[in-house]
Design a protein around this ligand. Structure first.
Ligand code: AMP
Length: 396
């Protein structure tokens, strides 16, 4: 892996693709600075080694030109506080003035370029745009895991302008190392807990994981497609009828690869998709018409907990139920606590993908598991076994 730990940054300009795509409120104030914080170690390492830093990122989804609410100038104050260093903001990422400014940067200078997506060429992966951007640095570093699955100008295409001077930043390096532990070097028994709404969005991940894990726990809305495929009665629960055959095939594949699949045995059913619906516990194979399963039941929690406590490497992606509603968040909270317990007993626990990360952070348990990934889509694609353009462009 091409890592920055051994690079000499003295008097060199490092152009770093970071992920500063943070949520802002209507007053353009940052409501969650996690992604900016995640970029700090790489920036500090370079400054401490006598280099200068040029940061580039996207923010939000501008339509292809300047939009005040998506300007990265809103990030400058928070960035300065977090790195405890002055930041020079350049109002255009590729104008002649900007390129002139970074040409002779003094060591120790930190520059932030304006939103890359004010140019449609960024998302188009335009070679000329990437070449212009490349003028800003002597070294290119990709530290934006959240966009590593995109072949955009700044995340992948630009790398060819730095054939011998391209590296992963510390965050990207950490993300890859942690996911690789699960995929390539797990301590057995290894368990993947997969939840969330749909089988269709997780099927490739499950199929790919069959080669690296011993057991898969399936919860959330997707469990009901598997239950129906096995002949159970699922009432009005979320089911993807187009995927019944696929679900059957996955169960057979798991069998032939000696992977144990754990499905819920009981469920909390509701007569409406609402927090204040009538709710009761029910055998997962016997859900009456007019009722839908919205969370795993207490028996399933007990069984899943036992599997987790006897595993040494565990991945969690996707909630066990409709955790946004208090009446149906029990299963997801129980799994989060079970992972914390397993971690304190020495297991390696990796959490990734939007909603399970939101759940663990909501419970303030993020620092009590081994690793929480910062990249939703990127992590899922990596787990699916795909080559990510942002990674490939560095390792090529
Ligand atoms: P995903 O983005 O595929 O990980 O799915 C996350 C979403 O799945 C969350 O918004 C949950 O509310 C939803 N979900 C989890 N369990 C169920 C269920 N039993 N029925 C309907 N939706 C569910």
């Amino acid at each position: 892996m091409r890592t920055i730990s051994d690079v000499d940054f003295q008097n060199k300009r490092s152009l770093i693709r970071v992920d500063f795509n943070v949520p802002l409120n209507e007053n353009n104030e940052i409501t969650d600075n996690t992604r900016i914080k995640a970029a700090v170690p790489t920036i500090k390492l370079i400054l401490e080694n006598g280099g200068s830093v040029i940061l580039m990122s996207h923010l939000g989804r501008p339509k292809g030109g300047f939009e005040e609410k998506y300007s990265l100038k809103h990030i400058v104050g928070e960035l300065e506080t977090l790195i405890d260093h002055e930041v020079k903001f350049l109002e255009d990422c590729v104008s002649d003035e900007s390129i002139e400014y970074t040409k002779n940067l003094k060591k120790g200078t930190v520059v932030l370029l304006e939103n890359l997506r004010f140019y449609p060429e960024e998302k188009e992966g335009d070679e000329d745009f990437a070449k212009k951007l490349a003028n800003h640095g002597d070294i290119y570093i990709n530290d934006a895991f959240g966009t590593a699955h995109r072949a955009h100008a700044s995340t992948a295409i630009i790398a060819k302008n730095f054939p011998n001077d391209k590296y992963f930043g510390l965050l990207l390096e950490k993300e890859i190392k942690n996911i690789d532990i699960l995929l390539h070097d797990p301590k057995p028994p290894t368990t993947a807990i997969i939840g969330g709404a749909k089988v269709s969005s997780k099927i490739t991940i499950i199929e790919n994981l069959l080669d690296s894990v011993d057991q898969i726990i399936i919860g959330g809305g997707m469990a009901y497609t598997f239950i129906k495929a096995k002949g159970g009665k699922v009432g009005d629960s979320l089911v993807e009828d187009d995927f019944l055959e696929t679900a059957k095939k996955v169960l057979e594949m798991a069998d032939s690869k000696d992977v144990t699949i754990h499905l819920p045995t009981d469920t909390i059913i509701a007569d409406r998709f609402a927090n204040d619906a009538n709710a009761k516990s029910c055998n997962i194979n016997d859900i009456p018409t007019g009722w839908m399963g919205l969370d795993i039941g207490t028996e399933s929690i007990k069984i899943f907990n036992k599997v987790i406590q006897t595993s040494r490497t565990i991945l969690w992606n996707g909630p066990m139920g409709v955790f946004e509603m208090e009446s149906f968040n029990n299963g997801t909270i129980a799994i989060a606590n079970s992972l914390v317990n397993a971690t304190s007993n020495g297991a390696f626990t990796l959490i990734g993908g939007g909603d399970s990360v939101a759940a663990i952070n909501q419970l303030n348990l993020g620092d009590q598991v081994s690793y929480v990934s910062t990249g939703g889509g990127a992590m899922l694609e990596y787990l699916e076994g795909k080559e990510l353009p942002g990674i490939k462009s560095i390792t090529n």
